[in-house]
Design a protein around this ligand. Structure first.
Ligand SMILES: [Zn+2]
Length: 341
């Protein structure tokens, strides 16, 4: 399978994040992508560089003001004489105004962010744009006739919404891939999110659309990040009513519970009559993941890959989470190897 990857991901290294009351080293770290790349090259997959899609390619799924904020945020931070990582500490929750973006960088950051776990550093924009280009390029390969392609994206994307960032995500790589497939002639696209965490950003982007089915299997937001989206009663709105399917599962779910939800998801995708598939491929469902609580052993990732392939659809696989750094490569290679076989 062709692997689209850019070394520019190295420019994003967040340093510290606020996690459950403590400032800790970021779980989302550069070594993740290195372990994946190494495992995939070892398994015989071909690495290709992304194509040069410009920022205008982002506007199919993101607001222009949001993209401009991300592009210029660190320079504005620097203008205030600051360095290191940008982390917001105030947000427009209930009772506060959301109808205007403060002109100062601290307020603007709180306006566009939805957590304090997603640092912006000097190279974040370069890395996020490169990851988006990887996803768009993988979608272009599939639009040109490849059966499947994989985008080794870092930073990940599925928590990034039309106009907000968080959850280690800035630009929604998988949503960009799905939008690209739609613009290249695929009438109906299914987007399956198998990351441990709900893909709130992707859901937000396609919430009112009936040409993209969004299906997510994830830890229940009652106890798991991102807490405020991903419940089973969220089904889409307007023209998109019925085109969102959330399958939340409790902490501790093992393969039996997981595969029942996976079969439900795959059935929904078949019933939708999808012409193409995008997979938000998080492997933080692994039992050794430090911030997640499903119990999938390493042997389950090839089984997941085989089931995804059995849909028989042109497919773009996009890297999302996975924080057991030493095992992440093996887990991703397990999915991709079985998908190809
Ligand atoms: Zn995740």
């Amino acid at each position: 399978m062709q692997i689209v990857h850019s070394p520019l991901h190295l420019r994003h290294d967040g340093g510290m994040e606020l996690h459950r009351g403590e400032l800790v080293p970021c779980y989302e770290q550069p070594a993740r992508a290195d372990y994946i790349r190494h495992a995939l090259v070892e398994a015989g997959h071909a690495l290709v560089a992304p194509r040069a899609f410009g920022p205008e390619a982002l506007l199919g799924v993101h607001d222009a003001g949001f993209v401009e904020f991300l592009r210029t945020a660190y320079a504005r931070w620097r203008e205030e004489g600051r360095g290191g990582s940008m982390l917001p500490s105030g947000f427009p929750a209930r009772g506060l105004r959301r109808d205007r973006v403060p002109t100062g960088i601290n307020g603007a950051m709180g306006y566009y962010a939805f957590d304090a776990g997603t640092p912006i550093v000097e190279g974040t924009w370069d890395a996020a744009l490169a990851a988006a280009q990887c996803a768009l390029s993988a979608a272009a390969l599939v639009a040109e006739g490849k059966r499947a392609a994989y985008a080794l994206c870092r930073p990940p994307g599925h928590h990034a919404a039309r106009g907000t960032y968080g959850g280690y995500c800035f630009l929604n790589n998988a949503a960009l891939a799905a939008q690209h497939l739609r613009e290249r002639g695929f009438g109906r696209v299914a987007l399956l999110d198998v990351d441990y965490h709900h893909g709130n950003g992707t859901q937000d982007i396609f919430w009112e659309r009936n040409d993209v089915l969004f299906v997510s299997i994830h830890g229940t937001p009652e106890t798991e990040y991102p807490y405020f989206l991903g419940y089973a009663d969220e089904r889409g709105a307007g023209a998109g009513e019925g085109c969102t399917l959330n399958l939340p599962l409790p902490r501790g779910t093992g393969w039996d519970g997981y595969v029942a939800a996976l079969d439900t998801a795959l059935r929904a995708i078949a019933d939708f009559g999808a012409d193409a598939l995008v997979v938000s491929l998080g492997v933080d469902t692994y039992e050794g993941d430090p911030i997640s609580a499903f119990k999938l052993g390493q042997e389950r990732f090839p089984q997941l890959g085989a089931r995804l392939a059995a849909l028989g659809l042109p497919s773009v696989l996009v890297q999302e989470g996975g924080y057991a750094v030493k095992e992440i490569g093996t887990n991703v290679a397990g999915v991709l190897g079985a998908f190809e076989r």
